[in-house]
Ligand binder design. Structure first.
Ligand code: SIN
Ligand code: FE
Length: 308
């Protein structure tokens, strides 16, 4: 486990990699490695990067990441100073281009997946991560696996692609042992293994969705798998023993680089760094080349139960 470096020479000019090579990359990701590109394969015009680095947000937007929602082609959290509409439009265009370029790149690079993913949010992360003042469960400097409170995945994998845009500073991550080592170590005694939804919960969920309330009550849409993943996220952030001990690896991700990782299985934290772009994918469980490594595969093997 660790990091797999993809040198520029491994990426044929514009063309797809060989099927064997692409399969190997999917396998390495699914085993819990970070795939690291010392020089980003994503085209990012210098003037766009300069624009992002000098973007001034108003104080109300100051502590937020800016989210880009590809499905509706909207930027949210963007409160650009002076509400200059040209600046807002430019920001929107840059985030849209980034999302499309990463997606286009991954279509070939992760060919075995055949784009069987749902494009989730993208983001621009303009704040210095070191010393950010956030509520505990939203802190990214504490080790955690990712799970989204309002967007249960029903077994789909959370794959994230990042670019460090900072002109000089590395983005500093630590990672820990992946899911299949972590869960048996920490989870069974302390987090009840995934419960089956009670008949009452299922009935309430059905009724709520029927009344159009499903979106308002996300926990009702969670499968037992999502329920576990959410509790694991919270448990890890809240557990001082886990935060203080355990094997850690440190990564100093340099300016101009890209990396991607399954953040639902690799515990991670960002300790420092500023100005990153990111795009998230929810990859269909059926697309996995090594489903036994996936959190769903591991949990179902541990419990002997179907969890989605
Ligand atoms: C996270 O997913 O915890 C944040 C990673 C980052 O912003 O570098
Ligand atoms: Fe995270």
């Amino acid at each position: 486990m660790g990091m797999v470096t993809i040198p520029q020479e491994a990426l044929p000019d514009g063309g797809p990699p060989s099927p064997e090579q692409a399969h190997r990359w999917c396998q390495q990701l699914e085993e819990g490695n970070i795939l690291f590109f010392p020089k980003t394969p994503i085209a990012l015009p210098d003037e766009d990067v300069r624009f992002l680095l000098t973007l001034e947000q108003t104080s109300s937007g100051l502590h937020k990441n800016l989210a880009y929602k590809p499905a509706i082609d909207r930027v949210s959290g963007a409160d650009v100073k002076g509400a200059d509409s040209a600046a807002s439009e430019r920001l929107h265009r840059i985030l849209r281009d980034y999302s499309q370029n990463v997606t286009e790149f991954l279509k070939n690079f992760l060919m075995p997946y055949q784009s069987r993913w749902q494009l989730d949010y993208g983001s621009f992360r303009p704040q210095e991560e070191q010393g950010r003042d956030l509520p505990l469960r939203r802190r990214n400097d504490l080790m955690h696996t990712d799970a989204f409170p309002t967007r249960p995945t029903h077994g789909a994998r959370i794959l994230r692609f990042f670019n460090n845009l900072h002109p000089t500073k590395t983005r500093d991550w630590i990672t820990g042992e992946p899911f299949r080592a972590l869960v048996p170590q920490f989870a069974p005694q302390q987090i009840a293994l995934p419960r089956e939804q009670s008949t009452l919960t299922r009935w309430t969920a059905k009724a709520a969705c029927g009344m159009g309330l499903g979106r308002a009550i996300p926990e009702l849409k969670r499968s037992p798998y999502d329920d576990f993943m959410m509790r694991l996220h919270n448990f890890l952030k809240e557990n001082e023993d886990y935060q203080a001990q355990g094997k850690r690896e440190a990564w100093f991700l340099p300016p101009g680089s890209s990396w991607m990782v399954y953040t639902d299985m690799v515990p991670h934290a960002v300790l420092a760094g500023q100005y990153a772009l990111e795009q998230t994918y929810l990859v269909a469980p059926e697309a996995m080349v090594a489903p036994e490594h996936s959190p769903l595969g591991v949990l179902q093997a541990l419990t002997g139960k179907k969890l989605v």
